[in-house]
Design a protein around this ligand. Structure first.
Ligand SMILES: [Zn+2]
Length: 198
């Protein structure tokens, strides 16, 4: 029986048990049929794969927003490699031990939280920009980036509190709905009871 490799977990399994994702290549076989690329997945792995794809899409949008914000803030045309490295290291949660970088992947601060923090400290940033003369854009970027990093926890805590409050509110709403549905059910039952009498 033919085995194929799962695109997500890279283990092989029986072809019949795998889900397949087919895409046309725009190239054709001699007999006129289109050449296809096929990706095979375990059922659960396909779910993970789609989730990952969506997360990456969302990340791109968030990074784009952060990028434009920083370009405006520092009045620069683009963020250079050094600047992007700082952002990526914070996103990934890269740490330095004895001057050596330990690379991680997407375990750090999200782009949206960085942006939120920058916005949160806008007044501080204005003050910094007004009261300092930076030698280069890089110095200005690093200085403000450092200030942002030091304020992440404050914004994160506020965000956590907001999420908790939202959850509580949602639960209250759900409870109310449940009660309403139950009330309706009881009413229906009463109706029935009456008709039974008639
Ligand atoms: Zn798999």
């Amino acid at each position: 029986m033919k085995e194929v490799k799962c695109t997500w977990c890279k283990t092989k399994d029986k072809k019949e048990e795998m889900k397949v994702e087919e895409k046309g290549t725009g190239k054709f076989n001699k007999n006129g049929t289109e050449k296809m690329v096929r990706k095979y997945f375990h059922k659960e792995c396909e779910i993970e794969f789609i989730k990952d794809k969506e997360m990456k899409k969302k990340e791109l949008v968030e990074l784009d927003l952060l990028y434009s914000f920083l370009r405006d803030l520092h009045k620069i045309q683009f963020l250079d490699g050094r600047m992007m490295e700082k952002i990526q290291d914070l996103r990934n949660g890269t740490i330095k031990i004895d001057g050596r970088k330990i690379n991680k992947y997407k375990q750090g601060v999200t782009y949206s939280l960085m942006l939120e923090t920058y916005q949160y400290i806008q007044q501080k940033i204005d003050f910094i920009l007004n009261s300092n003369q930076f030698k280069e854009k890089w110095n200005e970027f690093s200085y403000i980036f450092g200030t942002m990093v030091r304020n992440i926890n404050t914004v994160q805590e506020a965000e956590n509190r907001r999420v908790i409050t939202e959850k509580i509110n949602r639960n209250i709403k759900v409870d109310k709905e449940t009660v309403e549905i139950e009330v309706k059910k009881t009413q229906k039952k009463d109706d029935l009871d009456i008709s039974d009498f008639l």
